[in-house]
Design a protein around this ligand. Structure first.
Ligand code: FES
Length: 317
């Protein structure tokens, strides 16, 4: 996605759907919204006073409804500013720039059954899955883990509409999901989808390994984007330019602010699109895309999430 592909939208509704989560309805300023598929996300540009943040948010509306998009944003304790901006600055009437939808987390329609594991605000991509799964009349079940005093949005609606296909686990009530029991009860050919914290993704992956479920049947999306870090200087050897990367800015955002276009899709260190060659300096790798060998080589970096380990980094761009 390049910055010039952006669409202009206006916020037409804001709802507090859980103590830490707000839902935003976005409608086009003119023309039509781009159609999307279940599991798609958009990147929202937030022009703060100090920095411009770009965060990816799952579309949670019905993919058959192109009149509006809906996204939900959890206020992050370790926010670089993006979620705080959405919670404090964005209200009905605010205009935003968003990317067209991309999808790195689509349902696998050949699956015999679909089992969805959602943690907190990780419910959002599944809200666009559910109408599609119901229309296709395929077997599925949702396991939704949350803390009712913080997250836990939509649990009442989901329980009402999905009945026994929705399993809710409120950690504030001491309820935990036994991932291994859920997975071992599924028929051969089931695909598993996870959106939530790393601990949940790892629990499902580890159980799948133990049970001999192939990695091709496990699909996950981490909702954590770039996290803050130490400020550093990046030198672009091909251009003879130096840029400051602030503590609350990602390297990708710093490059974009200098009008340097880097392909990107997930902005979460997963898709591999933004890879850049490193010509000097040490990298603090924070992505889930590069192999251990690639990371150890120190010759590549995913600038959407990773940073310099020291005060200076040289990129070969
Ligand atoms: S944009 Fe996907 S890994 Fe960086």
């Amino acid at each position: 996605m390049s910055v010039i592909d952006q669409m202009s939208v206006v916020v037409t509704a804001v709802k507090q759907v859980a103590p830490m989560i707000k839902e935003f309805t976005l409608e086009p300023l003119e023309g039509q919204l781009t159609p999307f598929s279940p599991g798609a996300h958009v990147v929202v540009t937030m022009a703060g006073t100090e920095s411009t943040y770009r965060n990816a948010y799952s579309l949670m509306s019905d993919p058959q409804d192109n009149s509006q998009y809906r996204i939900a944003v959890r206020l992050q304790e370790t926010s670089r500013g993006g979620s705080v901006y959405m919670h404090q600055q964005v209200e009905v009437g605010t205009q935003l720039k968003i990317s067209p939808p991309s999808n790195l987390f689509a349902p696998q329609w050949m699956a015999k059954k679909h089992v969805l594991f959602a943690g907190g605000v990780g419910i959002t991509p599944f809200l666009s899955y559910l109408p599609a799964l119901q229309r296709q009349q395929v077997p599925f079940e949702l396991h939704y883990m949350y803390r009712s005093q913080q997250t836990g949005a939509y649990r009442i609606e989901l329980t009402e509409s999905l009945a026994d296909r929705c399993h809710c686990y409120d950690a504030d009530q001491g309820n935990r999901c036994d991932v291994s029991a859920v997975m071992s009860a599924q028929p051969l050919g089931t695909h598993f989808y996870i959106c939530g914290p790393e601990s949940l993704i790892e629990a499902v992956q580890t159980t799948a390994d133990e049970m001999g479920i192939p990695p091709s049947a496990i699909h996950w999306e981490a909702f954590a984007g770039a996290k803050p870090g130490q400020p550093f200087v990046v030198e672009l050897s091909g251009r003879g330019v130096e840029l400051d990367v602030a503590a609350d800015s990602s390297l990708l955002e710093a490059l974009e602010a200098a009008d340097i276009k880097i392909p990107n899709l997930c902005r979460a260190g997963v898709c591999g699109q933004c890879v850049c060659d490193v010509a000097g300096g040490e990298v603090e790798h924070r992505d889930s895309y590069l192999s251990d060998t690639e990371k150890q080589s120190g010759r590549v970096i995913m600038p959407c999430v990773s940073r310099a380990a020291g005060e200076r980094l040289v990129l070969d761009i």
